[in-house]
Design a protein. Structure first.
Length: 309
């Protein structure tokens, strides 16, 4: 029996007339996602912290049926998130929460949040809720298999910013990725409760060679990652396939997509499982409420907000 051909970016349906926002789109998985959607006909907004680098990345998208533009967004600064959302007009078919930082030395966002939790989760939490009245199809958030690491078998609700000596780069990263999945779970629950036809999904790239690994706080991990990126990892185009699959295929809300190969490290996109901690609706609600308190952003009254646009 012939092996079924792996789904790839050329299988994306025509995206002409659709608009997407991709955060962290100036390199790696982000620009690979932008390129594939633009080639399929979408208008794609690169939401990036460094506009100059964003423009350079946009210039690499060649021979696309669609179009690209660059707008500034710093997820580590809630004022920037609010400014980006306030400037938005018109329908937004796809919001792809792709940006992230990984395993960095301890740092704080402009608002005083632990940098990985603040950027990877809280910035996207605020952005999504502020843009949600404009979203017509789905929100895709990029998580990671790192959410299964033992240090993240629960959210550290008593110390979300890992202060007082509790910080370690991997604990902070894995907690932020667990938060991405709990966010997706509760967002889908709220959308369904409202009867709103927008879906929340998540994806992870497996082991993809990107520039994230080069910022690891550990010299040893950086060296190991460099070897792994060279000999074992997928390239960014392959790593972006789960995100693109989640963004364009007819999947149920709260679906989680990753590679179908060994340990979900590489391969074609398929539905994959979460850890028990990432499937806990009680934790999802608790995280949502904590995120609202920290950011000052709440789930919108969608019918009223849509009517006001």
């Amino acid at each position: 029996m012939a092996k079924q051909q792996q789904w790839n970016a050329s299988d994306i349906d025509d995206q002409t007339g659709r608009t997407a926002v991709v955060t962290g789109a100036n390199s790696g998985l982000g620009i690979a996602t932008v390129d594939a959607l633009a080639r399929a006909g979408a208008h794609v907004v690169l939401a990036v912290r460094d506009v100059r680098r964003g423009e350079a990345a946009a210039g690499t998208v060649k021979d696309a049926k669609g179009s690209v533009e660059v707008r500034r967004l710093d997820l580590a600064d809630l004022s920037s998130v609010r400014e980006f959302a306030a400037s938005w007009t018109g329908d937004l078919d796809l919001l792809i929460n792709n940006a992230g930082v990984m395993n960095i030395p301890e740092a704080r966002t402009k608002d005083g949040f632990e940098m990985q939790f603040g950027t990877n989760h809280l910035g996207h939490f605020a952005l999504t809720n502020l843009l949600l009245p404009y979203v017509t199809d789905r929100v895709v958030t990029v998580a990671s298999g790192a959410h299964k690491i033992p240090s993240s078998n629960h959210m550290h609700f008593d110390n979300l910013h890992l202060t007082g000596g509790a910080y370690s780069p991997m604990t902070a990263y894995s907690q932020s990725k667990l938060a991405n999945l709990l966010f997706t779970l509760e967002l889908q629950s709220r959308l369904a409760s409202e009867g709103w036809p927008v879906r929340a999904l998540a994806a992870h790239p497996g082991w993809a060679a990107t520039n994230l690994q080069g910022h690891d706080a550990s010299v040893v991990r950086r060296a190991l990652m460099a070897v792994g990126n060279r000999f074992f990892a997928q390239d960014s185009k392959a790593g972006a396939l789960p995100t693109l699959y989640a963004a364009t295929q007819d999947l149920p809300g709260a679906s989680y997509v990753g590679p179908d190969g060994f340990a979900e490290m590489r391969g074609g996109p398929t539905l994959v499982g979460r850890s028990a901690a990432a499937s806990d609706p009680v934790s999802a609600v608790h995280l949502w409420r904590a995120s609202e308190e920290l950011t000052g952003v709440t789930f919108p009254q969608l019918s009223e907000a849509k009517a006001a646009l």
